[in-house]
Ligand binder design. Structure first.
Ligand code: 2P0
Length: 333
């Protein structure tokens, strides 16, 4: 309940992009250069509770049991400022967040984090927002969070232009593909935090990579092909398009000056084992985000075989198997 002394809690899951978001055209509004498309997972939820503190002097932010400081805290405070401005309220809040995914490891903790915070903070401050407005709000915390408002597959529209009109036009919505329920096998080859944040890496790529424009163009074409492949429920086509889109994104980063390289030797070993699975007739396709970990899309019937192959390829990696999961929602805390 808004203003309840126990606070308002929400849960959200990370999403993995099949067509990547990489690059903003507006840093403040977090407006992307191109549309992207993702699958929300059923693993690694983030639970966030927002409790108003009318007598307090400042926001209090706890992340996985530790008081957040510096830039991490500031990002949450700036988000709460936005919610307060929308709600015409001024009270500070206490925010408590629990992640079940290694933070900062390219496993989309900021997507589940800001999606859960958007739902919880909107509830706590008494904002009545529909899912589109929640998606737009979540985007202001972290671009990819716009997609975690929805379960299953979601497309996030870049919108056009600048300013308020563009802000209104950039949100995610579900892509309805009822019969399509693949597995995503996740090989965590390194759960440590990344050396370059995705925000800084995107900026450097847009500003300095000579390949960036070409990638953004080809990503638009990939998205059109992806929508057709999803509608057909064609896992081979979905996987092939997702894999080429991800490799293209990493290529444009590698061409940035200085290069942004998230992929490690273990990543390449996993990519080789994905190729060997395909050579053996198993439909398996890889995608990688802002980190060395690899997510492999496959039929659910093949998930054990794929997981075993990845474990054998990199014996000290951790392997998780996900499928499509739910959208962000209020929870009991
Ligand atoms: C994505 N990634 O589409 C892409 C692919 C990583 C690689 O969205 O600066 O944390 O907060 O908007 O959303 C990671 O970037 O960046 C991301 P901000 P975010 O999932």
């Amino acid at each position: 309940m808004p203003g309840d002394h126990l606070g308002t809690s929400a849960v959200a899951h990370p999403n993995i992009a099949l067509i990547k978001y990489w690059g903003k055209r507006d840093e403040l509004l977090k407006l992307p250069v191109a549309d992207s498309l993702s699958m929300t997972l059923d693993l690694f939820p983030t639970t966030t509770t927002v409790r108003l503190a009318p007598g307090g002097v400042a926001d209090n932010v706890t992340l996985d049991g530790v008081a957040a400081e510096g830039e991490r805290r500031q990002r949450v405070v700036a988000f709460l400022d936005l919610v307060r401005e929308m709600a015409g309220r001024v009270e500070p809040a206490t925010v408590v967040t629990r992640n079940s995914v290694p933070t900062g490891a390219g496993l989309a903790s900021s997507a589940s984090g800001f999606a859960a915070l958007a739902v919880a903070a909107a509830g706590a401050y008494g904002l009545d927002l529909d899912p589109t407005a929640l998606s737009r709000l979540a985007r202001r915390g972290s671009g990819s969070a716009a997609r975690s408002i929805f379960g299953g597959f979601a497309i996030w529209y870049a919108g056009q232009g600048t300013g308020t009109a563009a802000d209104l036009a950039s949100y995610a919505e579900p892509v309805d593909v009822p019969g399509f329920d693949p597995a995503l096998v996740i090989a965590v080859v390194n759960a440590g935090p990344k050396a370059v944040s995705s925000g800084a890496a995107m900026r450097r790529t847009v500003e300095t990579s000579p390949l960036y424009r070409a990638w953004a163009e080809s990503s638009r074409a990939d998205l059109a092909d992806m929508r057709v492949a999803l509608r057909r429920g064609d896992l081979d086509a979905v996987g092939a398009i997702a894999e080429r889109n991800a490799l293209g994104m990493h290529a444009t980063m590698l061409a940035a000056r200085p290069a942004v390289r998230y992929l490690s030797p273990a990543t390449v070993t996993v990519l080789d084992s994905v190729l060997s699975l395909r050579a053996a007739g198993i439909a398996a396709y890889a995608t990688m985000d802002a980190g060395p970990n690899v997510k492999v899309l496959c039929h659910r019937a093949d998930r054990e075989r794929v997981a075993e192959t990845l474990r054998a390829a990199v014996p000290d990696c951790s392997v998780f198997t996900a499928r499509r999961g739910p959208g962000a929602r209020l929870s009991a805390g």
